[in-house]
Write a protein that binds this ligand. Structure first.
Ligand code: 4NP
Length: 166
């Protein structure tokens, strides 16, 4: 019997304590709401390992919780194996994507890298998800607005592909 493999997505930012764990939670929430939990595996990682083992930044957790997202991920640094393990590797900004492209070992691995900004649909004046670490509350709200927008489009696009390949 053929076992359907989950489509796996890794969200990546710098510290893995603000943007990417929030992206992971927002995307997972949308997947669960649409009854697609069995179809997707979602995780996040950072290109910088200085916060490894930490919960997401408290400010990010507070803002996310207000919208119904509970952030429980523990930060980890991306590993070489992640490029094999995941089908799609999503960087939050140009710096993340450049770092990921340096880490990819093969052309096939590099082809898995995409930019979250390319999925932003409503808030088109943004083409990346800005780092909120040195910002105030509005920076964290902006991140969540952009992630909700982009995750919805990413899931729509992926679902279209999945259904067409059935
Ligand atoms: P993130 O934000 O990449 O969205 O997790 C940051 C978190 C920590 C640092 C930078 C960005 N830092 O330099 O420690």
């Amino acid at each position: 019997m053929e076992v359907n493999k989950k489509y796996s997505i890794l969200f990546v930012c710098l510290g893995n304590i603000c943007r990417s764990p929030a992206a992971q939670a927002v995307f997972q929430h949308m997947v669960d709401e649409r009854g697609l939990t069995a179809c997707y595996e979602v995780d996040s990682a950072g290109t910088y390992g200085g916060h490894s083992g930490d919960l997401p930044d408290r400010r990010m957790r507070v803002h996310a919780r207000r919208r119904g997202y509970e952030l429980t991920h523990r930060a980890r640094r991306i590993t070489r194996d992640d490029f094999e393990r995941f089908d799609l590797v999503v960087g939050m900004d140009n710096g993340n994507v450049a770092d990921l492209e340096r880490l990819a070992a093969t052309v096939e691995e590099a082809r898995k890298i995409v930019m979250m900004g390319d999925y932003i649909r409503q808030m088109r004046h943004y083409d990346y998800v800005p780092d909120p670490y040195y910002e105030g509350s509005e920076g964290f709200e902006l991140v969540l607005d952009l992630l909700e927008d982009a995750c919805e489009n990413l899931l729509d696009q992926q679902e279209r592909k999945r259904i067409n390949n059935k």
